[in-house]
Design a protein around this ligand. Structure first.
Ligand code: HEC
Ligand code: HEC
Length: 514
């Protein structure tokens, strides 16, 4: 039931497009009073029971409202729902510093390591959902206790499910864990008090953008943000390092004064944006991804142009080999100063303006390999000069992909080959030859490499279709346990790195916070 229903709930981003089209929508506060007080009575502090005792991200509020609708019979139309979430995220949200450690889950990253502050919480809570799910909430001590009650009430089989039999869950969470949660994630914090009282920042204006698309490469350009009623409009003018254009636009809502949630189109592909504005409003970071493929997208960083300091935000390459010449472009803001480099690097300016400096750089043949400074006025950056590749590390060094089919597209896995020189000094990402192999003897026997999918020469693994496969032993599905191998050839010498990939089954339940 949840799988299908969450498709509706995750409209938090998609709704950005349609929200506020109806003129006579009551404000969030009135809507909460109209719709929630039927079940949530006023409490002693003048707020509403439960509602005023918790703080969450917009996605967290989205999920709770979803439960109110689907389990408790609350009925809202799309615009009302949107207005209520916006209001609650503003009144009872998280400060930027509170959400910071868990952004990976909001950004819908396909690969992340979610860890609890200790093993007990990992076993008590992390066994069913991410630890980020509660890390992104703040509650009073009594509300954390009520939340434990909610869990056992909602999922009575919780104590004797698989992976739950090692302890008395109920006893533990209602005697000690809820107090621990109240200490770790308290309702009242200085960070939130300060943030709530702060004047909202205004993102309208011109931004300098840099980013990275795993498997595709870096990109740079500009973003213009304007206000559009209660929302914001963004127009992107970006370019990959190969010169290919990446352009489009989006509409976004800013929740809690900093949580940018956008819905747009880049090069004709529907995208979603999960960014966070910095507290001073001069920087915006996060990730955008394809609406139908959360695993495919880009790292995103934007810096306000207006009054920006001199800084290098991206380089067309991070490294150069000793004895070689290379054209390297620096991208940033306010790059009008004098260009200088450490001894051993020979510089020629090909082109320079305030956002881009293109250099012809030569590294002396006898230079000591290592990190070298390049400066443009006050802006400093470093280039790695290497003599020879020592080893290749694949990033990530292990991950999962999911078979796909029907309404649930496959989840791909993206790998990159990062070269290192002696002394474990990182050189940078390099193109490599990609290959998959069976991870171990069991995989060999099941011929996983033949069935689980294939890896392309950009390091993206595309899993095979879901469902039983008659061509396989036991007619099993196309899951598999694979080694992913990247090989770089330098001076006729092949250097390889290895990662592990588990190709597993589909995930049916994809709530906004996993
Ligand atoms: C028809 C009754 C009903 C209505 C209407 C209702 N709720 Fe609830 N709400 C409940 C019940 C029952 C619970 C406790 C069980 C649970 O958490 O699902 C609850 C729990 C909650 C909680 C605590 C859950 C948590 O874990 O954080 C919040 C917050 C909440 N509701 C918000 C709202 C908001 C906001 C509205 C109005 C937009 C609303 N509710 C409308 C019945 C309702
Ligand atoms: C048996 C599996 C299971 C365990 C164990 C579990 N949870 Fe959950 N939890 C769920 C499910 C399922 C939901 C989603 C409920 C919904 O929104 O319908 C949930 C929801 C939540 C939410 C979001 C609810 C909201 O409305 O805001 C929080 C926070 C949370 N859990 C915290 C915890 C903590 C803390 C622990 C450990 C003490 C824990 N969970 C242990 C299954 C589990």
């Amino acid at each position: 039931m949840f799988g299908k229903a969450y498709l509706i709930a995750s409209g938090l981003l998609a709704l950005a497009l349609s929200a506020f089209s109806a003129p006579a929508l009551a404000d969030g506060k009135t809507l909460v009073n109209d719709y929630c007080t039927a079940c949530h009575a006023e409490n002693d502090t003048g707020g509403l029971a439960r509602i005023s005792e918790v703080r969450k991200t917009p996605e967290g509020w989205d999920m709770t409202i979803f439960r109110m609708e689907h389990l408790h019979g609350l009925e809202l139309d799309g615009d009302e729902r949107q207005a209520i979430i916006k209001y609650l995220a503003a009144e009872n949200g998280l400060a930027p510093s509170e959400a910071a450690p868990f952004r990976y889950v909001l950004e819908q990253r396909a690969h992340f390591v979610d860890s609890a502050v200790n093993d007990d919480l990992d076993a008590l809570c992390g066994r069913c959902h991410t630890n980020a799910r509660y890390g992104l909430q703040r509650r009073t001590e009594t509300d954390w206790l009520k939340h434990m009650h909610f869990h056992i009430g909602q999922f009575p089989s919780l104590e004797y499910q698989a992976r739950s039999r090692d302890r008395h869950w109920w006893k533990e969470v209602t005697t000690t864990t809820y107090k621990e949660l109240a200490k770790l994630y308290p309702f009242q914090t200085a960070a939130w008090d300060v943030w709530k009282a702060a004047k909202p920042t205004n993102p309208v204006g011109e931004w300098r953008v840099t980013g990275h698309r795993p498997g595709t490469g870096d990109y740079e350009g500009t973003l213009r943000i304007s206000r559009d009623g209660d929302q914001y409009s963004a127009v992107y003018d970006l370019r990959g390092m190969d010169g290919k254009k990446l352009s489009g636009d989006s509409k976004a809502i800013i929740y809690t004064g900093y949580e940018w949630r956008g819905s747009g189109v880049l090069n004709g592909i529907d995208t979603r944006e999960v960014y966070a504005l910095s507290e001073d409003g001069n920087r915006m970071t996060g990730r955008w991804y394809q609406a139908d493929h959360y695993d495919i997208g880009g790292e995103f960083q934007a810096v306000r142009m207006d009054g920006a300091e001199a800084q290098v935000l991206l380089k067309s390459s991070d490294f150069i080999r000793a004895g070689q010449h290379k054209k390297i472009t620096l991208y940033g803001t306010n790059l009008t100063g004098k260009v200088k480099a450490d001894k051993g690097l020979d510089l020629k300016i090909i082109d320079q303006n305030s956002t881009t400096v293109t250099l012809d750089i030569g590294a002396d043949k006898n230079i000591t390999p290592g990190s070298y400074h390049v400066a443009v006025g006050q802006a400093e950056t470093t280039l790695i000069v290497y003599d020879k590749i020592d080893r290749i590390r694949i990033v990530p060094d292990w991950t999962i992909a999911r078979v796909g089919g029907g309404n649930t597209p496959p989840v791909t896995a993206q790998f990159e080959a990062v070269a290192y020189m002696k002394g474990d000094v990182k050189i940078g990402i390099m193109p490599a030859k990609w290959q998959a192999a069976n991870f171990n003897e069991d995989a060999e026997q099941m011929k996983d490499v033949e069935f689980a999918g294939h890896i392309d020469q950009n390091g993206r693994f595309m899993p095979a279709g879901a469902g039983p496969n008659k061509a396989r032993k036991y007619a099993t599905n196309n899951a598999g346990n694979l080694s992913i191998i990247a090989t770089i050839t330098e001076d006729g010498r092949a250097i390889s790195g290895k990662a592990q990939l588990i190709v597993t089954v589909q995930r049916w339940n994809t709530p906004p916070i996993r």
